[in-house]
Design a protein. Structure first.
Length: 338
């Protein structure tokens, strides 16, 4: 049923008429000289998330009986909006909560209650036992990407706002978790945030190689390379960048890095290049990879900064392995080992 219009004054019982105030026609009692102000009713909702699962309750009463929604209800006289949100959460889902942040605010017109203002909070579960309440018949957590259709449009809008606000944070957490895998070559097969920068590096490998070649032929720490054929050095750095890209893409395992750089170390010794110069040359590759990544206009958003830091971590992991096996190969070359 639709919300009824006021007909009588609650103070004297007399008939209510209309009076214009501030350009708005309002209910007015001539006998009491009293204007009745109509304001939106405040409705609160709680968004409780645990491991990216959202707490929903199934309504046991109209409107939307049998539908799922966030723990939602009207604020009562004498309580704050925050208190109302926590009360509704406890009454409808048996959960005690703690307010974390305001998630969404919006106006809504209901055919049952008239003008409403919905205030949704992000809430942390702090206790209680998950169970339906007097107005609900079920309470459970749903994965954030598999939510049923929510009863109230305001709930749907609040969840869209909440998911949007968390998407960047979740992307960072997922990407960081992947880089912490026991087998780096397997974990990076998944989509990491820094893969975008890796793609840029692969597409610009020749430009990076040219910068490295200019540096290595003039840097005192790599003097052992000055007598070598620049075209051969250029092909060698392209090969190393290719190895890096394959490992970053998950196509190479640690054993592939071991085999390649052990052989690289042996060959370097065979060419008479001192180990210190070889390691310095590898260090210059890291430098030019990182400088090139920085030149792509990062540091504008939190996500950009994380992508850069994640890329740096992956570069360090790869070249730490490369340095170790190159050193091992260089030493084996001196002992006549194959």
């Amino acid at each position: 049923m639709k919300k009824g219009k006021r007909q009588f004054c609650h103070s004297c019982g007399g008939a209510v008429s209309m009076k214009e105030e501030d350009g708005i026609n309002r209910d007015f009692c001539p006998a009491c000289n009293l204007i009745f102000y109509e304001n939106p009713l405040p409705v609160v909702s709680a968004i409780v998330a645990v491991d990216r699962q959202i707490l929903l309750v199934k309504r046991g009463k109209s409107p939307y009986k049998g539908s799922w929604c966030l723990p939602t209800g009207f604020a009562e006289i004498g309580e704050s909006i925050e208190e109302a949100a926590l009360r509704e959460l406890a009454e409808e889902a048996g959960v005690k909560g703690r307010i974390l942040a305001l998630a969404d605010v919006q106006s809504y017109k209901s055919r049952f209650y008239g003008d409403l203002i919905f205030i949704s909070y992000e809430v942390e579960q702090a206790g209680g036992t998950l169970q339906p309440g007097s107005d609900t018949v079920a309470a459970r957590y749903f994965p954030v990407d598999k939510l049923p259709r929510l009863a109230f449009p305001s709930n749907r809008d609040a969840m869209r706002s909440y998911i949007k606000s968390k998407s960047e944070y979740w992307s960072i957490v997922d990407s960081f978790s992947m880089t912490l895998g026991k087998d780096s070559s397997m974990s990076i097969k998944k989509n990491l945030l820094s893969d975008k920068l890796v793609d840029v590096i692969e597409k610009n490998a020749k430009s990076i190689a040219q910068r490295w070649l200019k540096d290595v032929l003039t840097n005192p720490s790599t003097a052992g390379y000055r007598q070598m054929d620049p075209s051969r050095l250029f092909e060698e750095i392209l090969s190393i960048l290719s190895q890096f890209g394959k490992w970053m893409g998950g196509f190479y395992k640690d054993s592939d890095i071991r085999d390649y750089y052990t052989a690289f170390g042996r060959e370097s010794r065979g060419k008479g290049v001192a180990l210190s110069h070889v390691l310095s040359a590898l260090s210059l590759i890291k430098k030019h990879l990182w400088e090139f990544a920085l030149s792509r206009g990062m540091w504008k958003r939190t996500l950009d900064i994380y992508m850069a830091l994640e890329l740096d971590r992956r570069i360090v992991i790869f070249f730490d392995k490369a340095v170790f096996y190159t050193t091992q190969g260089h030493e084996e070359g001196g002992n006549g080992m194959r």
